[in-house]
Design a protein around this ligand. Structure first.
Ligand SMILES: [Cu+2]
Length: 461
């Protein structure tokens, strides 16, 4: 759990100081809560102001705030963090308040928000509020709209929430390095009218990617496309939280993409509707059905569905290389090859630890226990109730169950399939007579056949 030490105490001291405008004094900076945990924290319900259903952040948390007069005050600290990518692997990243991504910021349309940003990085930074409508000088583009925040310094951003929606935050200073190191977060603005766009469960996660050499701990920041860790909220399967849903709930999933390639996110078992982008809500009559939603680079997509079909439904990026962990892309394909002699020959001339991809495919690697460098995730891993999943990277499970409590996100275990609803093996296929086609009805109609021969003009494939 995060620490609230001093947080509430400071708020009490400041309760009377409501006439706040413009510059605030250093003494009145709220303490920055921090967390070391990488499991999803319970939703943070509002203690004042309009009611709303708070979001839950996969493997993350929402940043507590304090009211100071009519300002909602938050404190972000940009700093180096140690993030567990999945059990067995940690990475030295940069993030906010102890984690990468940073905590989700939640507030309400019409709120006046003041965000303190303290820089504990070894280089300067800024925070850009992606998609937010605000005064130009609050846009956070280092050099263009503000001076950079030097190490050790604290800046203040102040702006009003003009509209509800889903936004993101990230540095606009040495962006290539700072985003490759994991600096990003979600910024959710709830509608002022609690009945608008209401859902029962609201999940958020950011798509990000890292290139960490097997056995090392720091992402290579110069990598442009060949990342080896495809992550949601800086976690890879099987480290990504499941999306636990109560049967009958209306569910929203908000996905932001701050990687350098697009990710088609595919959810099994449902037809969902695209209901929002970081530009706003999609009008009711303009929503369209999907089973896969492509999330472009630098964009957010929100979709909704009613969870009426229980089960363990896979949700994943549909680029198959993005559901893999670290692998060498120069592994040769040997499907169908007899490679016993080949491997022996290569071992002699090249490397004694040479290992070829399986000749039947790569699935055998999902069950294999191979010696690996420390701090390295298997390329494909994870087990379900029926065996190995042979996955990695951007993969999780939507667990829809009957009879959960409202806001109960605890793991319900694997789905108990009703009898007779699981694909099954035929015990003795030879005992089953081959299916006979019904004899064609006798016909007296004469069928004329026309033979078309390929000519030189038509290239028959
Ligand atoms: Cu992808």
């Amino acid at each position: 759990m995060f620490s609230r030490r001093g947080f509430l105490g400071t708020a009490a001291v400041l309760a009377g100081a409501s006439a706040i405008s413009g510059r605030v004094q250093a003494a009145s900076i709220p303490e920055a809560p921090t967390t070391a945990t990488n499991t999803m924290q319970p939703p943070l319900f509002p203690s004042s102001g309009p009611d709303y259903q708070p979001v839950v952040t996969l493997n993350g948390w929402t940043l507590p705030w304090r009211m100071n007069g009519d300002w909602k005050e938050f404190h972000l600290v940009a700093e180096p963090v140690l993030r567990e990518i999945a059990p067995g692997m940690k990475a030295h990243l940069w993030g906010y308040n102890g984690q990468s991504p940073g905590p989700t910021i939640e507030c309400v349309e019409g709120d006046k928000v003041r965000i303190f940003v303290t820089n504990r990085l070894p280089e300067h930074t800024t925070v850009h509020w992606h998609g937010m409508l605000l005064p130009n000088g609050m846009d956070g583009v280092g050099g263009l709209t503000q001076p950079h925040i030097k190490p050790g310094k604290t800046f203040v951003y102040e702006f009003a929430m003009k509209k509800s929606g889903t936004f993101m935050y990230h540095p606009h200073a040495d962006e290539m390095v700072q985003m490759a190191m994991g600096m990003m977060g979600f910024f959710v603005v709830h509608p002022r009218d609690p009945t608008l766009h209401r859902v029962d469960r609201d999940f958020v996660f950011l798509l990000n990617a890292y290139d960490v050499d097997p056995g090392s701990y720091v992402p290579k920041v110069m990598t442009m496309s060949d990342f080896n860790l495809w992550t949601w909220n800086s976690r890879a399967f099987p480290g990504i939280d499941h999306l636990v849903v109560r049967k009958g709930d209306r569910v929203r999933v908000r996905v932001g993409n701050l990687t350098m390639t697009n990710h088609p996110i595919h959810m099994h078992g449902y037809h969902f509707e695209v209901t929002g982008t970081d530009g706003g809500w999609v009008a009711q009559n303009a929503r369209w059905p999907e089973v896969t939603i492509d999330i472009p680079v630098g964009a957010m997509r929100a979709y909704e569905f009613v969870a009426d079909e229980p089960g363990d439904w896979a949700i994943h990026c549909h680029k198959s290389h993005h559901t893999m962990n670290a692998m060498g892309h120069n592994v040769k394909t040997f499907i169908g090859a007899e490679q016993r002699d080949l491997v022996r020959a290569i071992k002699q001339v090249a490397s004694p630890d040479f290992m070829a991809m399986g000749s039947a495919g790569m699935a055998e690697m999902g069950e294999m226990e191979m010696p690996m460098p420390d701090n390295t995730l298997p390329m494909m891993t994870g087990f379900g109730q029926f065996g190995p999943l042979e996955m990695g990277g951007m993969f999780s499970v939507v667990k829809v169950r009957e009879g959960l409590g409202a806001n109960d996100y605890g793991d319900p275990g694997w789905f108990k399939h009703p009898a007779g609803t699981v694909a099954y093996e035929i015990e003795n296929p030879s005992a089953t007579p081959p299916r006979q086609l019904a004899p064609a009805a006798p016909t007296k109609t004469k069928i004329e056949m026309k033979v078309i021969k390929p000519t030189n003009n038509h290239n028959a494939h």
